[in-house]
Write a protein that binds this ligand. Structure first.
Ligand SMILES: [Zn+2]
Length: 277
């Protein structure tokens, strides 16, 4: 009887120490990934679309990607996959959001932010994709795209998105336009990705923007289309479209605005074109 009790104690001791060990291992494992994600933003991402497929889609349809060196292309693909993994793509009036759509919409954001360490636009969780312009029940108007920080979503109409990239030099690009809105908002929303745009540069930018908006509103001729004069947000988005679609003319006509945008976005499309192989 005494012996039985001792054996039972030993068995109990073994299991409690094993249990403790398992608990410690699980906690360390969770802790490791939590710290990786929280402090280093290194989320583990398994490619939802094979890398070869992503490369093929970008090679065929994305001019910016084709200008990059081989190592930069690998970085670009990694960012595209991270972006896709962090978003919920929702089809509207469509059967599905296809891999092509996901890759190219993500690529538009990666293009805009390629000068930064990875930004994932974490406030915006959902991307709604319509086949064409759609009627918004919120604004009661037809839209080609919109960014809604309150509902944490970005809306893209696919036809207008592809038109933006098909005509590469008309300075109309819906993807870049909406992503620029989202980027500017993300910069102001207090989260891990808060305040990544250089504050001193933003101050310079605000002064230049006020000057250009006043020109636009007084009907003076401007490098930008009239819509840029709507407000500071629209000005930034239109400036981004011009920055990537006709950088040479932009720099020539408004060198001070162009120079500040290079510093704000930490990249110069003109150098990218020169770098191209
Ligand atoms: Zn806009």
């Amino acid at each position: 009887m005494m012996l039985d009790l001792q054996i039972l104690k030993q068995i109990h001791g073994f299991f409690s120490s094993t249990f403790l060990l398992v608990v410690l291992v699980v906690i360390s494992y969770i802790g490791y990934f939590y710290i990786r994600y929280k402090y280093f933003n290194l989320k583990v991402v398994l490619p939802s679309i094979p890398i070869g497929v992503v490369n093929k889609i970008l090679r065929e349809h994305f001019g910016y990607y084709n200008q990059l060196t081989e190592s930069a292309r690998a970085r670009f693909i990694s960012r595209v996959l991270h972006f896709i993994a962090s978003k919920q793509f929702i089809p509207r009036q469509l059967d599905e959001v296809t891999p092509d759509m996901k890759v190219l919409i993500a690529a538009s954001f990666v293009q805009l932010t390629f000068g930064f360490p990875q930004i994932n636009l974490m406030h915006f969780r959902r991307i709604l994709v319509y086949p064409d312009s759609y009627y918004s029940t919120i604004s009661r108007r037809h839209h080609k795209g919109e960014v809604n920080p309150q509902h944490r979503l970005i809306v893209i109409s696919w036809k207008n998105f592809t038109d933006g990239y098909l005509n590469k030099t008309d300075s109309i690009n819906l993807g870049l336009h909406e992503m620029a809105h989202a980027l500017q908002l993300e910069n102001k929303i207090r989260n891990k990705e808060y305040n990544f745009l250089d504050t001193a540069m933003l101050r310079k930018w605000d002064v230049l923007v006020a000057r250009e908006i006043s020109k636009l509103q007084q009907g003076e001729s401007s490098f930008f289309r009239r819509y840029a004069g709507t407000d500071e947000g629209e000005f930034f988005s239109v400036a981004v479209e011009n920055f990537f679609e006709r950088p040479g003319e932009f720099k020539q006509k408004l060198p001070d605005v162009y120079a500040v945008l290079v510093k704000l976005l930490k990249q110069d499309p003109l150098e990218l074109f020169q770098m191209a192989v």
